[in-house]
Design a protein around this ligand. Structure first.
Ligand SMILES: [Zn+2]
Length: 209
């Protein structure tokens, strides 16, 4: 009786291991092809200025400021060289981390946009989005490295804005033209935070070692 019971227990534990406990480990260990090494993030830098973001500042809308331009909470940060007007137009914009370009194109709301997917591990991702660009230097599908120049600062569609970089970090996979509102109604800030991260805080907390 005891022997049978241990046998059953043994098979029960084995099947638990096979079906219940191991898949996550399996996923990490047996799919090296999922993430090429140069794709993995080794830390985050700022998208403009030096790698610490010095010389530039968030002089336009900050994260979750109410934007009267778009009648919604601003899901990113507007980076600028303080006080120079349009003189920062054409300055380089850098990939904040290693990643894969998942969108490089133009839309009527944001102008030239680049969206990069970053792998923190092989099951954890964030996306960085760079908008109003003057020039786009990378195409969809390219693997980019941290601090690689991906384009330049611009003024948005039809030079609508004073030159600045509209910059977002997303924690969910959203289309490049995603904006926090539905049928013209702005999402509340709690909802926005489910999809977008505070860019500067995230970068500060995840600098290269
Ligand atoms: Zn903006």
């Amino acid at each position: 009786m005891t022997k049978n019971f241990s046998k059953i227990l043994f098979f029960f534990l084995i099947s638990l291991l096979i079906t219940g406990c191991l898949p996550r480990l399996d996923y990490d260990n047996t799919k090296p092809e999922a993430i090429a090494p140069q794709w993995l993030v080794d830390g985050f830098d700022f998208p403009v200025g030096d790698r610490n973001g010095k010389g530039w500042g968030v002089t336009g809308y900050k994260f979750l400021d109410w934007s009267v331009t778009s009648n919604s909470f601003h899901p990113g940060e507007d980076w600028n060289i303080p006080g120079v007007g349009n003189a920062d137009q054409g300055k380089p914009v850098y990939a904040i981390a290693n990643g894969e370009v998942v969108f490089s194109g133009w839309n009527t709301a944001l102008g030239n946009v680049i969206l990069i997917k970053h792998a923190l591990s092989n099951h954890e991702y964030v996306w960085s989005q760079y908008a109003h660009l003057d020039r786009r230097d990378v195409q969809k599908g390219e693997i980019v490295g941290r601090r690689q120049i991906i384009g330049t600062v611009g003024r948005g569609p039809n030079n609508r804005f004073t030159a600045h970089l509209h910059f977002e970090i997303r924690k969910e996979d959203l289309p490049e033209n995603a904006w926090p509102r539905t049928n013209g109604v702005a999402w509340d800030s709690a909802m926005v935070k489910k999809f977008w991260l505070h860019p500067s805080n995230f970068i500060k907390q995840n600098r290269p070692r």
